[in-house]
Write a protein of this length. Structure first.
Length: 120
């Protein structure tokens, strides 16, 4: 089983479909407010949770051999505190959940947005 965060986003959504098509069992962490219609059309399991909720991540990661972390807050409108809470603390939460589940592999997917928009 593979836990995938960010599955309702652009890259995570494509990755969820590809993993399922390749025969992997995939559990997608999705927020309560996420549009999951595209995920419901493919053979994946949905786990409700949030990157900022460590307990939901521990529950979602249980039994997973692999964790792929694509989830992030990428927004020009969010405060720095919100971005840190999701992207820094949230990533730490995912790592800790992967460790608690004794996952064999952890893959962190990032974006060039971490560098901001120099020169703007």
């Amino acid at each position: 089983m593979c836990l995938l965060t960010g599955a309702s986003g652009f890259i995570g959504g494509y990755l969820a479909r590809r993993l399922a098509d390749e025969g992997y069992r995939v559990r997608c962490l999705v927020r309560q407010s996420s549009d999951t219609s595209a995920l419901e059309a493919i053979d994946v399991e949905l786990a409700r949770g949030d990157l900022t909720d460590a307990n939901s991540l521990i529950a979602a990661a249980e039994g997973c051999r692999f964790v792929i972390h694509c989830g992030a807050l990428v927004s020009d409108w969010a405060t720095i505190e919100e971005i840190k809470r999701v992207n820094v603390v949230g990533t730490r939460n995912v790592l800790e959940a992967a460790t608690a589940a004794s996952a064999e592999r952890f893959v962190h997917v990032s974006t060039t947005d971490v560098y901001g928009h120099p020169g703007r």
